[in-house]
Design a protein around this ligand. Structure first.
Ligand code: MN
Length: 202
């Protein structure tokens, strides 16, 4: 075992009623754990890759061993993406700080940003994520990634994301992904997103 399932950081019911406790419990203790276990299993035959940080591991997919490259990308991505996702979830923070200013400047205002981000989240076909990232030119960008692909592999630094795999919302929202996306805006930890932005800008 090289990578451990990191703490969720809050109780399963902390995001109620927007994200329900049962979904959080299964998402964290089953899905995130499975990515963690499968990443470790995939690295079993690569002792050299077992030490270090999972973000570095998935940042450069071309450097991964050919034998099971895709398994490392999928499960390493699942491991890193979920670890990141839990941190940007919190009820009750306020849209403010440097990142709020940058969002207003880049997208024309909060509502415009919300519309574009929601569009990215609702239109992604199949399983994946929508992200607010800082690209190589240090510009804000909204992108989609499929499956468990990470923006890190595209040289973009994640600031905020939403998991739109059905496992993230189906118990409460069933087929109504747009309702989940709308509710998600109540659980964005803007303090953490701002911290991510300040770090990414350096
Ligand atoms: Mn997930």
């Amino acid at each position: 075992m090289t990578y451990n399932l990191p703490p969720l950081g809050h109780e399963y019911d902390a995001l109620e009623p927007f994200i329900d406790a049962r979904t959080m419990e299964i998402h964290y203790s089953k899905h995130h754990k499975a990515y963690t276990d499968k990443l470790n299993a995939a690295l079993d035959i690569h002792p050299k890759l077992q030490n270090g940080n999972a973000e570095n591991l998935i940042s450069n997919p071309n450097a991964l061993p050919n034998e099971n490259k895709q398994a490392i990308i999928n499960n390493g991505g699942g491991y890193v993406n979920h670890t990141f996702f839990w941190q940007i979830l919190k009820v009750g923070t306020v849209f403010k700080g440097e990142v709020a200013e940058a969002i207003k400047k880049s997208f024309g205002g909060f509502e415009e940003f919300k519309k574009k981000f929601s569009e990215a989240a609702t239109t992604l076909f199949g399983s994946g994520w929508a992200w607010l990232v800082l690209n190589e030119k240090k510009e804000l960008e909204i992108i989609q990634t499929k499956n468990q692909d990470s923006p890190l592999a595209l040289n973009k630094k994640p600031l905020l994301c939403i998991d739109v795999w059905e496992h993230a919302y189906y118990l409460k929202y069933q087929n109504k992904r747009p309702d989940y996306v709308e509710a998600f805006f109540n659980v964005i930890n803007w303090d953490k997103v701002n911290e991510n932005f300040v770090k990414a800008k350096r």
